[in-house]
Ligand binder design. Structure first.
Ligand SMILES: *Cc1c(COP(=O)(O)O)cnc(C)c1O
Length: 400
């Protein structure tokens, strides 16, 4: 059906100015900003045409292309996160699914932290796996302990008469920004001889992460969340025997034609990111490699921000205190009180922040909300904190 031109006009000249017009504190966007690196933008535009990375794909595999330097990039990225083998996927969720699908069989159990992202649950579901959750400590710290991991592995053994297929941990969770003790949980996992998988969606690209130090057998990450990269992009990395299983080669044979594809990796369906997205990831790498070294300052900014907001009566910060990550979750009985009486209800907070040049707090939320100070200048961090203090004062909430 041919569509009339008027119908199509809204798709022309799409624009977005969020990052230019306001201080954006949205946690899912703060680590993925690529637009402030002009070389990333330029590189992406140079490769904007479809399968642009395939000009010199001689061996039929993305990570073996030499021009642009994808081969070196995969090796350098593996070294950067200290894992044997790295592949790029469209996102952390696809990486989680690929690992679950390769390392476990339908009906198997996987032990996961109860702060895991929804995509972990769905990846397990799609792979036909059963999950056992490791409880967290609940309000107000929501921490996950290695001891409970051991208990839950025992529980899986009791139920199934064998060890779980995988132990899974979210390195920093999306809800409270808690940094889990990966090394201790890896140790528990290995005591039971179970492979340990670490989800670094909120850590790789923000802070230094070493798969070797954290004793991870499999690492997944989200590049559009934490690696200053365009979407969709993610990492799947594995060591030794697990890399062999996950990145196994195709053995299929066309029963009529006899065609085979022995060079292609099944779990990746042969190829993953053939174009401008992977180029954006590569172009971001030099910046990212440098910025992770400044992680302690990002933590300082978050702690400062938290110290300011908790001056407001009725505002508390959830999760680890002092905090070890830029993702902050606040709860506020006082802002919630204001919302109840306000004609705009919970949206008043969004409106008031927006009026002060701050966005990224989910519209409608006032009782509890998340934000991230990642990548903001100290000036912006102070301005954003000040905005909250001003709003409190405007609505007669005491500030100490
Ligand atoms: C955001 C997030 C994901 C999903 O990442 P995608 O790259 O969008 O698939 C998975 N896990 C955690 C912990 C996350 O925070």
């Amino acid at each position: 059906m041919p569509l009339r031109p008027e119908r199509l006009s809204k798709y022309r000249n799409l624009t977005r100015s969020t990052e230019i017009e306001a201080i954006n504190l949205n946690p899912i966007q703060s680590g993925g900003r690529a637009g402030n690196y002009p070389e990333v933008v330029k590189s992406v535009l140079n490769f904007i045409d479809g399968y642009s990375t395939c000009d010199y794909c001689i061996k039929g595999r993305l990570e073996e292309i030499e021009t642009p330097p994808l081969c070196d990039f995969h090796a350098d990225l593996a070294e950067f996160i200290e894992m044997d083998e790295v592949r790029l996927l469209p996102g952390c969720r696809q990486a989680q699914f690929a690992a679950f699908h390769s390392l476990a069989s339908p009906g198997d159990y996987v032990v996961i932290d109860s702060l895991a992202h929804y995509s972990t649950y769905l990846a397990a579901e799609r792979a036909g796996l059963k999950i056992i959750e490791v409880p967290n400590s609940g309000f107000p710290y929501f921490e996950v302990s290695p001891e409970l991991y051991a208990e839950k592995i025992e529980e899986a053994k009791r139920v199934t008469k064998k060890t779980p297929a995988l132990v899974f941990l979210t390195h920093v969770d999306y809800s409270y920004g808690n940094l889990a003790d990966a090394e201790a949980i890896a140790k528990v996992s290995h005591e039971y001889d179970v492979p340990f998988m670490l989800n670094c969606a909120y850590t790789i690209g923000r802070m230094p992460v070493s798969g070797r130090k954290l004793k991870a057998d499999v690492v997944v990450a989200s590049l559009h969340k934490s690696f200053a990269s365009p979407a969709p992009s993610g990492i799947l990395a594995a060591n030794g025997e697990y890399a062999e299983k996950i990145f196994r080669k195709s053995t299929v044979k066309g029963e009529w034609s006899g065609r085979t594809f022995p060079n292609k990796e099944v779990e990746l369906l042969g190829c993953t990111l053939p174009g401008c997205v992977v180029v954006g990831v590569m172009a971001a790498f030099p910046y990212v490699a440098e910025r992770v070294e400044r992680w302690s300052e990002e933590v300082e900014k978050a702690r400062y921000f938290s110290s300011q907001l908790t001056k407001i009566e009725g505002v508390i910060q959830l999760g680890q205190t002092p905090h070890n990550h830029d993702l902050l979750h606040f709860e506020s009985s006082s802002f919630f009180e204001v919302a109840r009486a306000h004609p705009r209800k919970g949206f008043f907070l969004y409106d008031e922040l927006k009026a002060r040049g701050v966005v990224g707090v989910q519209p409608g939320l006032s009782r509890s909300w998340k934000l991230s100070t990642y990548g903001q200048s100290w000036e912006n961090v102070k301005k954003a904190a000040q905005a909250f203090l001003e709003i409190a004062e405007k609505y007669n909430i005491p500030v100490s």
